[in-house]
Design a protein around this ligand. Structure first.
Ligand SMILES: *[C@@H]1O[C@H](CO)[C@@H](O)[C@H](O)[C@H]1NC(C)=O
Ligand SMILES: *[C@@H]1O[C@H](CO)[C@@H](O)[C@H](O)[C@H]1NC(C)=O
Ligand SMILES: *[C@@H]1O[C@H](CO)[C@@H](O)[C@H](O)[C@H]1NC(C)=O
Length: 962
């Protein structure tokens, strides 16, 4: 990326300083000289110790006064210095982060995204790494290598794609560390006040966060670790490199830290380094401090006014000093305040201000603040409404900020409700710098590249999408002189990818940080053909325009629902449900595409045009050209509260939580302790997350009642495309399964939760609810236990046997969550217990999820593969409703990652029929069975390049044309 227009250029400010400097320096030389003469003369007459002592005191006093004045002058001059690399930085021969013993590396035959030319430059050639730096890029001849002896490591990349290391502009890695533990996490939000510019994220950086290695395995080399957003001013952020250091300390991880980490005030004559400051507005600080938006903005103004007063006192003081009016400031120390110095530095334009800010009102407030106090901001983060108000951003003081976003994570609170997947492309069209960020651990930064991929799918140009996680964030954090580019003299931070970086599932084959390879024995699959090319993506021009036109709430209903005949032509493949799961039942032969005919929402024929269509039908049918696309069973989502909430952060839009008899007294009127609440009774239709999921091929959702701890209730399944509960096919199955959770909540204990479950099953009790528990014991109703820990799962396997012996039955049990289930794959298979793994790409958020199987490049298999290899029935789920729409990419990714071990049909089953089966769904295998089918154009449902164009809904007896 270009530097945003309006950034102060170092050259101009330098020459201004030269003018300021000259006079005082001449005066100082004169004074020094006259003092020397006086001292020499007086010295001649200096006899006797007494006299001499008295005189020494006198001279040293003058000397120290002199030194103090010189120091003051130096400090005053330095106030006008802008941060950045020292002169001649790029002539460096060795990185300050070089680790002795690191061998030089020659990467041969790569396709390199250098970051140059607005991110468009791709160089086919070699890269030489030495002393922690990129020494050369391009064709590297023998002469350049002559100096190296045996220690040069040469790797033939065989045309693999290489990008700069991934840079995360917004992370809490190390501060909100994982797994979450009372002693080592939650060091990111201080609750000691709304304005805390003196706090430093560095002070909480846990070096044992499990995320470092995981994020590196996704290509992340650098992260800006920011304080949380509980405060209006949360404190100072720090840029770290993620690799292990020989010293093992947080300090050793820092990338070019500001000098202030070692000293209260800047006291060096070196050019200052960029500092980072976190701000937040809107809901988060309001929630924590019981504030209104008015209070928060006043808190900002009060703080900046204080900083401004200090700055003005300093400037007056320095004006006196620089003009030699020492008498005016005699006996007055330089005005400083340790608490406010960082905010004063903001006003001096020496801090990259990173502002968490979502809504139009908040963006507008902060832009006014920047103009009132005259400081630029580096980026608005999250900023889910920025794309609706680009002109507001352009009015920010100094230069327009960048916008650092999630790709599809939205609608989780009011501020995010109007978030759009088209925001990155729209902002880029307005010329605003676009950054994709993780907010780790909000999103697992291991998959930060996936955010860029999604932005690309929804229309951000290729060059800007790659830049959005490399050179753009590097520039926005003020580190583009050394990271974010593959360029001679830059830090040796690189990722070698196994595919084009924007292809779904792109995985590092190797990651270099400061020239040090980070992956010991990477496990890879071979990806050929289309994986190595720029992925094709659908056209979303209309959708993007609508997002703006409808201020973030474009209509999501299908454009047409028809009970009539629809003829899909140019069909490339068809997947259908069978007894075993899902099979590819049709594939176009020799490039000759097929057709599919749907009438009244039912597929009547699939095959050649001649076989399927007679003339009369062809005449009246609506024709849809799917351009080689595909037809597949509708996907099924589970794990979030989709269908029981609209905005998860807003209680008034949610169904709410059920009573938990292990924690509280259940009111009698509800029916007592064993009452099984039915999720079906709380269903909400037409939520935006449900409609977006529907438009992405997720036609069914299964949801259990929202619960706090152990006790949940009865799940239900419903059609995501239905408009209300009484509509045809809206409820797919009133009761699916009985759900409980066995987790490490603290209290009551795991063993108590197991005791409760045992008791409920062995002593099912009377009445309708008692019958349901008995049904579980007798194997008539599926029991779904939410659990992740392998130890808990092992206990559940034993409990299942115990109950089965009692009832002489076979219990239907499913583990939901199950990220440690792979450890017991064989035992689960033997016990005939299936797993709905939530999420599909696991992360050790908490201790009971510590033993994840991370998949490529860290392990040979993913946990999904391990389970499948043992013939465990496996489905995948999600944690939050916004991500239901991404199910098709989740399963596509799982298939790609398994390199052929998981077929496309198996992947579709993992995201549809298996989920249903495991969650007590009545899954019929007959062709007539009502099952929604999804029609995609331009590729199959697992592809980035495809777009869902129709849903053939036999349940609802219509074809929805999207
Ligand atoms: C950078 O690339 C984007 C997208 O390809 C383009 O719209 C923009 O004009 C380019 N900017 C410059 C300065 O070339
Ligand atoms: C801080 O002090 C340490 C130890 O003296 C030194 O290695 C480091 O370079 C200093 N860092 C800065 C930014 O001044
Ligand atoms: C899984 O099932 C297949 C086919 O039924 C069988 O060949 C294979 O041995 C089974 N694997 C295990 C680990 O039981």
């Amino acid at each position: 990326m270009e530097k945003p227009a309006g950034l102060p250029t170092p050259v101009a400010s330098h020459s201004e300083h030269e003018l300021l400097r000259r006079k005082p320096r001449a005066r100082r030389v004169f004074r020094l000289r006259s003092w020397c003469i006086i001292l020499a003369v007086v010295g001649l007459f200096a006899y006797g110790n007494t006299f001499r002592d008295g005189y020494d005191a006198y001279t040293s006093q003058r000397h120290s006064k002199h030194a103090a004045q010189a120091a003051t002058l130096a400090r005053c001059r330095s106030l006008h210095e802008t941060p950045g690399p020292p002169p001649g930085f790029h002539k460096r021969e060795q990185s300050d982060r070089f680790v002795p013993g690191t061998k030089p590396v020659l990467l041969k035959n790569a396709r390199i995204w250098t970051g140059a030319d607005n991110g468009t430059e791709v160089v086919h050639g070699d890269i030489l790494l030495e002393n922690g730096l990129i020494k050369q890029v391009g064709h590297i001849g023998r002469s350049a290598l002559a100096a190296f002896k045996d220690d040069l490591v040469t790797i033939d990349l065989k045309r693999a794609w290489v990008t700069p290391g991934i840079v995360d502009l917004h992370s809490h890695l190390g501060d909100a560390s994982s797994p979450e533990l009372d002693g080592a996490s939650g060091d990111d939000n201080s609750l000691r006040g709304p304005i805390l510019p003196w706090l430093r994220a560095l002070d909480g950086l846990n070096t044992h966060d499990a995320s470092y290695a995981l994020s590196i395995s996704g290509g992340v080399t650098t992260a800006l670790v920011l304080p949380g957003s509980a405060n209006a001013i949360g404190g100072q952020g720090f840029t770290i490199k993620l690799r292990k250091t020989p010293e093992r300390s947080p300090s050793a991880m820092l990338l070019e830290p500001p000098f202030q980490i070692n000293t209260s005030f800047l006291e060096t004559s070196e050019r200052p380094r960029w500092r980072q400051m976190k701000h937040a507005c809107g809901e988060n600080p309001s929630r924590v401090y019981g504030y209104t938006r008015m209070d928060t903005i006043w808190a900002f103004r009060e703080a900046y006014n204080k900083a401004k007063q200090i700055k003005e006192t300093q400037d007056d003081y320095c004006a006196n000093a620089l003009d030699g009016r020492w008498h005016a400031i005699e006996d007055t120390p330089y005005p400083e305040d340790l608490q406010w110095e960082s905010l004063v530095d903001v006003l001096r334009g020496r801090v990259k201000v990173q502002v968490h800010c979502y809504e139009t009102v908040d963006l507008d407030d902060i832009v006014r603040l920047t103009n009132e106090f005259q400081f630029p901001i580096a980026a608005f983060h999250h900023a889910h409404e920025a794309y609706l108000v680009p002109d507001v951003l352009k009015r920010a003081y100094g230069h327009p900020p960048a916008v650092a976003m999630f790709a599809t994570n939205a609608r989780y609170k009011r501020e995010a409700y109007r978030g759009s997947e088209f925001a990155p492309r729209i902002l880029a069209q307005h010329g605003l710098p676009v950054v994709m960020k993780s907010d780790h651990p909000v999103l697992d930064s291991r998959y930060l590249l996936y955010e860029a991929q999604q932005a690309y799918v929804y229309g951000l140009p290729e060059n800007l999408a790659i830049a959005a996680v490399t050179s753009t964030p590097a520039t926005i954090m003020g580190m583009d002189h050394r990271i974010g580019y593959v360029k001679e003299g830059w830090d040796a931070d690189l990722v070698v990818w196994d595919s084009h970086p924007l292809a779904l599932g792109a995985t590092p084959k190797q990651v270099f940080i400061d020239g040090i390879p980070q992956l010991d024995e990477p496990h890879m699959v071979r990806k050929q053909g289309a994986f190595q090319e720029t992925p094709a993506v659908p056209n979303f021009d209309k959708e993007a325009a609508d997002a703006v036109r409808y201020e973030g709430l474009p209509p999501l209903a299908p454009r047409q629902a028809t009970a009539g005949a629809v003829l899909f032509v140019n069909v490339g493949s068809v997947y259908q449900q069978t007894k075993e799961g899902v099979e590819e039942v049709y594939v176009a032969q020799d490039g000759e595409m097929g057709v599919a005919l749907a009438v009244s929402g039912t597929l009547q024929c699939i095959g050649t045009r001649a076989a399927c269509v007679d003339a009369s039908v062809a005449e009246e049918a609506e024709i849809v050209d799917v351009q080689g696309g595909s037809i597949a069973p509708g996907l099924v989502t589970f794990g979030s509260s989709l269908g029981l909430e609209e905005i998860s952060g807003e209680a008034s839009t949610r169904d709410g939580y059920v009573y938990d008899p292990l924690l509280q007294k259940v009111p009698k009127v509800v029916g007592g302790d064993r009452t099984l609440v039915r999720a079906a009774d709380g269903l909400q239709y037409g939520t935006r997350d449900a409609l977006l999921a529907y438009r992405a091929g997720v036609t069914t959702a299964i949801v259990a009642p929202a619960h706090r701890r152990f006790y949940a209730g009865l799940s239900t399944s419903f059609s995501t495309g239905a408009s209300h509960k009484l509509a045809e096919g809206a409820v797919v199955q009133e009761v699916n399964a009985l759900h409980v959770s066995v987790r490490h909540f603290g209290a009551p204990s795991i063993s108590t939760q197991i005791a409760a479950l045992r008791h409920l099953l062995l002593v099912p009790g009377d009445g309708a609810d008692g019958k349901l528990f008995r049904d579980v014991g007798e194997g008539k109703l599926t029991l779904v236990v939410d659990a992740d820990s392998a130890d808990v799962i092992a206990t559940l396997i034993l409990l299942k046997k115990e109950i089965e012996q009692q009832f002489g039955s076979t219990i239907k049990m499913t583990i939901a969550g199950g990220v440690e289930a792979h450890i017991l794959a064989r035992e689960l298979a033997e016990a005939d217990i299936g797993v709905v793994q939530v999420p599909s790409r696991p992360f050790p958020t908490v201790w009971e999820r510590l033993r994840i199987m991370p998949g490529h490049p860290l392990s040979e298999q993913s946990s999904l593969e391990v389970l499948l290899a043992h013939n465990v029935t496996v489905g995948i789920g999600i944690e939050e409703a916004w991500s239901a729409r991404n199910t098709r990419f989740d399963i596509g990714w799982a298939a790609i990652d398994a390199g052929g071990e998981i077929s496309k049909a198996q992947a579709i089953a993992m995201g549809s029929t298996n989920v249903e089966k495991l969650l007590g769904g009545r899954v019929e295998a007959e062709e007539e069975a009502p099952r929604d089918m999804v029609v995609t154009a331009g590729g199959d449902i697992l592809d980035f390049g495809s777009k869902v164009v129709a849903i053939v809904s036999s349940r609802r007896k219509v074809v929805d044309l999207l």
